[in-house]
Design a protein around this ligand. Structure first.
Ligand SMILES: [Zn+2]
Length: 192
């Protein structure tokens, strides 16, 4: 069932086929999903409450196929916050959503001005032209791709994320720091 998400995540459209007809529907979406790290949900918690075997945890994570994970650009682990920290954060809020939205709007305008579309919509060839990092960034990306066994799709998606991080920073070319951040967003499922 999850695997049916692959088509809209890749093409922004979904094809419905019946005996007599076939039609495409627009399905561009922003997928936000969450999962537990293991069947009981406590894996990695300092309390040591998780009793799952490493095999059980690995089997649980394998429910997400490589091809589906390839299409999810940002994958991060979020540890549970201790209650005392939740309380202190509530009283000292960080940057406002409005300020972040303004920064995102500027980065988006930068993409449209440069290439007439967002980074997400770039084809493979356009990605090569527009997202090319500097020499240090390129070396870093190649090394990460080899170490984590990335597919071509994962490689290009990381490249687009690095380009987007550079756009948010106002940099004309993705640099090593932008590439390193993009690599970090694709590591959770790479280390097993
Ligand atoms: Zn567990």
């Amino acid at each position: 069932m999850l695997e049916t998400l692959r088509e809209p995540l890749e093409t922004g459209a979904i094809t419905i086929s019946r005996a007599a007809w076939q039609t495409d529907f627009p399905a561009a979406c922003q997928l936000v999903a969450a999962m537990n790290p293991c069947p009981c949900g406590w894996r990695g918690d300092p309390s040591g409450r998780c009793r799952c075997t490493p095999e059980a945890a690995a089997r649980y994570r394998r429910k997400l196929s490589g091809p589906l994970l390839d299409r999810i650009d940002i994958q991060i682990e979020i540890p549970a916050l201790p209650p005392v920290e939740i309380a202190s954060r509530a009283s000292a809020p960080g940057e406002s959503s409005a300020a972040i939205a303004a920064r995102v709007a500027v980065a988006r305008e930068r993409q449209i001005a440069r290439q007439g579309k967002t980074n997400r919509e770039l084809s493979g060839r356009e990605t090569d032209e527009v997202c090319h990092p500097d020499a240090a960034g390129e070396a870093l990306l190649r090394e990460a791709g080899e170490r984590f066994g990335w597919s071509a799709r994962a490689y290009y998606r990381a490249l687009k994320v690095a380009r987007t991080i550079a756009d948010l920073a106002g940099a004309s070319t993705p640099e090593a720091a932008h590439v390193a951040e993009a690599v970090q967003y694709r590591r959770v499922f790479s280390d097993q």
